[in-house]
Design a protein around this ligand. Sequence first.
Ligand code: ADP
Ligand code: ZN
Length: 223
Amino acid sequence: MAGRVVILGAPGAGKGTQARRVARKHGWPHISTGDIFRSHVDHKTAIGQKIESYMHSGQLVPDDLACQIVVERLAAPDCTSGYILDGFPRSVPQAESLDQMLSDRHESLDAVILLTVDDDELVERLTSRWTCPHCGKIYNVKFNPPKRENQCDKPECEGVRLVQREDDREDTVRSRLRVYHETTEPLIQHYGRRSLLQRVAGGASPEAIEQEIEGMLTAQGAS
Ligand code: ADP
Ligand code: ZN
């Protein structure tokens, strides 16, 4: 059976971590619009140049661009048996556009998982988040620091310095949270009305959260 899953939550709620775990376990592609956009910015593509200023200031990139990227990605052959969408949809128009995309293909979502975490905790997490640019591993300099200061622990990343995302600075983090509350939170109703939404407390350990999500997906028949 296919599994089409959306993972929702504020910036820093742990969407990326959980989406990667679920994707690995089920063999579904992990589609993170944030990662796709960052890669455009890093490679200075035409799209990257259009979206750079939105991303750096913590604003959403325009809906039509986000939707275009997702339509293209979902049309790829690796998406036929399922996928996990992380960071999309992020506004009601994006969710409506996803509904349309799915119904055009006679498909539907199997689950929408909402990770909930308090704002204060989110600010704390994001402003102390550093990543290895080589393997993508995420560290928290306060709660989960690397063994050697500023360096990835993995042997294959020897000598690689950790980097902070440009949009993880405190003022930008606050803008991202504002955008989340104003523009993304209405999706809770959008999906809640169709009983697709399942809430998971995002404060537990990554392993416990993963198990809870897994239980929900099994109950939902997505596997
Ligand atoms: P986070 O969830 O931690 O904010 P992401 O990596 O998902 O991080 O997104 C980073 C940035 O990429 C967002 O702040 C926004 O500028 C842009 N972005 C990602 N997904 C979307 C989307 N679906 N629509 C509009 N902008 C997006
Ligand atoms: Zn690494």
